[in-house]
Write a protein that binds this ligand. Structure first.
Ligand SMILES: [Zn+2]
Length: 448
């Protein structure tokens, strides 16, 4: 295939400090998984797990519990999960030389070195945003090292993030090579053009799915056209990692996704960020400016690049800024109603940003994603479900069954908000503190 297959590493962002027995008292608990809202709630945390959850008025306190943290007036939610990010990309202007070659300004090997030396910084920015787990949907083999590091262990250079696969046999061979690294998912880029029609790739997609499933690995597919997405699901894919953006979805597609229990991750934010960055019309939210990496954000000003070094793609965008905005508008005119229709039909939607792509900021890009989901017509509860319980399903495995909810036995990964996100999803970023592995991080202390 013209297409590609790569990896995914699901990981939960680890923290070092030892955890203990703590109690959260007096807050309003919001558990999107079952739509439950408990006022004056008590949440007991024992180490990295939730030990008990209940209402204060009928709570049966165990003997000897540790410190009580008063959450009166606050809102307690499961930690958010971003199900589509890339650690091998920084989000800066130099991070995709295949899309905009700026090697003459900053050599790509310097970019890669910077990314590898800033992984801890990226983890901290996710935590600052209340994002306690992420799914890395593809990168080079050193991604597996990033997964280890995120769960606290160590990190090399020169393997491609995207590999072209030319047929079913090669697909099977590559999946076997990936399987040796025990990926959480295998990802396919299903890219078609007039010389490579949808049906030409079906045997390769099917081979990838069969080989992956034989190794108990689920398959995620990058397919942004209705017909490629349909073909991928018909051939057995489990997850669609982007929205359909070329056409309105139809009844048979909605039914297919429901019948096959497909999870779809819309990644709305990434669809605007290349065009806006290249045309110098970037619309970063206050959260992104405050909590994104300042070096990454500073790089996104294309007017600082010497004009003779600008790739044609950026020159064209700068010359015709309205065209860039028009394309974005057209994409959302299809993608937003598609999201609404799929969500309302009961298809499992998992929130994800594609962070790390140019202009899509690791961490706070999720709040722009929420804003776009709201524009699509999703309710705050639906959006919170996408970022917690549904995202946990995409995450999968042992870990996936212990995140995205506030229940006995679940991981103590929580967000404490100062105001109610059910009134307005914008409040999802009004963060007082984040709890990761049972350790409390006051929001203001995280990026110091
Ligand atoms: Zn991606």
């Amino acid at each position: 295939m013209k297409t590609i297959s790569v990896i995914i590493a699901g990981l939960t962002l680890a923290s070092g400090a030892p955890a203990e027995k703590i109690a959260l008292t007096g807050g309003t608990l919001i558990n999107p998984g079952n739509g439950q809202i408990v006022e004056n709630a008590i949440v007991l945390i024992d180490g990295n797990r939730i030990a008990r959850v209940g209402e204060a008025k009928s709570f049966n306190w165990p003997e000897a519990w540790g410190p009580r943290i008063d959450c009166t007036g606050k809102f307690i939610l499961p930690g958010y999960i971003d199900t589509h990010i890339h650690f091998f990309q920084s989000g800066d202007l130099f991070t995709r030389p295949d899309g905009a070659d700026l090697n003459s300004v900053r050599p790509y090997k310097d970019e890669v070195a910077w990314i590898k030396s800033h992984l801890d910084d990226v983890f901290a920015r996710y935590i600052r945003c209340g994002i306690t787990s992420v799914v890395d949907v593809g990168g080079p083999f050193w991604n597996f090292e990033a997964r280890k590091k995120a769960s606290r262990e160590k990190l090399d250079l020169g393997d491609p993030p995207i590999v072209k696969i030319d047929g079913p046999e090669q697909a099977r061979e590559f999946v076997r090579k990936l399987a040796a690294q025990k990926p959480d998912l295998v990802k396919i880029w299903y890219i078609v053009d007039k010389d490579h029609p949808v049906d030409a790739f079906r045997p390769t997609v099917r081979a990838t799915v069969e080989e992956s499933h034989a190794h108990q690995i689920r398959v995620a597919v990058h397919a942004t056209e209705l017909e490629t997405a349909r073909a991928a699901v018909e051939e057995g894919a489990d997850i669609l990692v982007h929205s359909v953006i070329d056409k309105p979805v139809d009844d048979s597609f909605v039914k297919l996704l429901k019948d096959r229990h497909i999870i779809l991750c819309p990644t709305l934010v990434v669809f605007e960020r290349y065009g806006r960055t290249f045309s110098h019309q970037l619309n970063l939210m206050p959260e992104e400016k405050a909590w994104g990496n300042p070096e990454v954000i500073a790089s996104l000003d294309v007017t600082k690049i010497p004009p003779d070094k600008l790739p044609d793609r950026i020159k064209t965008a700068l010359a015709k800024p309205d065209d860039a905005l028009d394309r974005i508008k057209k994409t959302y005119a299809v993608a937003l109603p598609n999201l609404k229709r799929l969500a309302d039909a009961g298809v499992t939607i998992a929130a994800g940003t594609d962070a790390g792509n140019i202009g899509t900021i690791h961490g706070p890009a999720l709040f722009r994603e929420f804003q776009l989901m709201k524009e699509a017509g999703l309710t705050p509860m639906q959006i919170l479900q996408c970022a917690t319980v549904n995202a946990a399903k995409l995450f999968g495995g042992e870990t996936g069954s212990h995140i995205g909810k506030i229940d006995k036995g679940a991981f103590a990964d929580l967000v404490i908000l100062k105001s109610n996100p059910l009134d307005d999803i914008a409040r999802a970023s009004d963060i007082e503190a984040v709890i990761k592995n049972g350790v409390i991080y006051p929001a203001e202390s995280i990026l110091k």
